[in-house]
Write a protein that binds this ligand. Structure first.
Ligand SMILES: Nc1ncnc2c1ncn2[C@@H]1O[C@H](COP(=O)(O)OP(=O)(O)OP(=O)(O)O)[C@@H](O)[C@H]1O
Ligand SMILES: [Mg+2]
Length: 259
């Protein structure tokens, strides 16, 4: 598909690097709150990185930065070597398009678009052909078990159904980098397992994943865990299973092929 950023994500093994990242929110006359208070780490091509930590420790704020949705107050954020901190919104949107899929903690579906139209939207931005949009949108809805609700509007869905639609929208264009904020937070164990299996399959096909989670079972899918407390990294560890970079020469090992 024209415009996907896959090629440039194969340039090096570090997909993104944050360095001393700080996010402060104004709190009226009370000064500021540091939601992210100097965080540094790398995300490697082909890995699943889990971000864990108690409520309010800065996980969503950090993920929004990684997704180029917000600006840091200070520090550096490089996506495949290109500095994103300080870039205007238009430039960040350009970097994001076709490169980053994002599952929001609060779903962020568009209320006056149907389920089908919400999932199709990233493909419209990428100017995919009508046939390709149809095939990919239907496949993504099938993958999350939401094809039967394609003509519903988000407000006509349960929280778990909205979450599954949000996952379908994030993966529909086969982005090489997938950022997911508690992607199973509203799902029962069966649907949660289906979403995690989908993420694992995408990862096996080469998609790099950064996932915020409260669930110990979901964290097991990660090769590496970053633990936050009060806006800082307090520990970082690899999980027992071996971490293998996918073989770029393997036929069909593209994220697009997996959706
Ligand atoms: N727009 C904002 N203005 C002011 N403070 C904010 C804003 N967004 C987040 N915060 C504060 O920053 C801190 C981190 O919030 P964040 O949403 O990143 O936490 P989290 O780790 O994702 O929590 P949860 O697990 O509950 O989703 C919290 O103390 C929160 O109150
Ligand atoms: Mg959060």
């Amino acid at each position: 598909m024209a415009g996907t950023g896959n090629a440039h994500l194969r340039d090096g093994d570090v997909v993104l690097r944050v360095d001393d990242l700080v996010v402060e929110f104004p709190l009226g006359r009370k000064g500021t709150v540091s939601a992210v208070a100097g965080i540094s780490f790398d995300v490697l091509r082909g890995e699943t990185l889990g971000i864990v930590g108690e409520s309010g420790c800065g996980k969503s704020t950090l993920l929004n930065l990684l997704g180029l949705l917000d600006q840091p107050t200070d520090g550096s954020y490089k996506l495949t070597g290109q500095e994103a901190a300080g870039l205007p919104e238009r430039k960040r949107a350009e970097m994001r398009r076709g490169t980053i899929g994002f599952v929001f903690q609060s779903f962020n579906l568009i209320d006056d678009l149907t389920v089908y139209e919400n999932v199709e939207l990233p493909l419209l931005y990428l100017k995919a052909s009508k046939e390709e949009r149809k095939a990919r949108t239907e496949a993504a809805l099938d993958r999350v078990g939401m094809a039967h609700r394609r003509d519903h509007f988000p407000q006509q869905l349960s929280g778990g159904q909205q979450q599954r639609v949000a996952v379908a929208r994030a993966v529909v264009a086969g982005p090489p980098l997938l950022l997911a904020d508690e992607p199973t937070g509203n799902l029962d164990s069966k649907n949660g397992q289906a979403v995690m299996d989908l993420l694992a399959e995408l990862n096996a096909a080469g998609t790099t994943i950064v996932m915020v989670t409260h669930s110990a079972a979901d964290a097991e899918y990660a090769q590496r865990i970053v633990n936050l407390f009060d806006g800082r990294v307090v520990s970082e560890h690899a999980l027992a299973h071996e971490y293998h970079l996918p073989d770029p020469a393997a036929k069909g090992a593209t994220p697009e092929a997996a959706v």
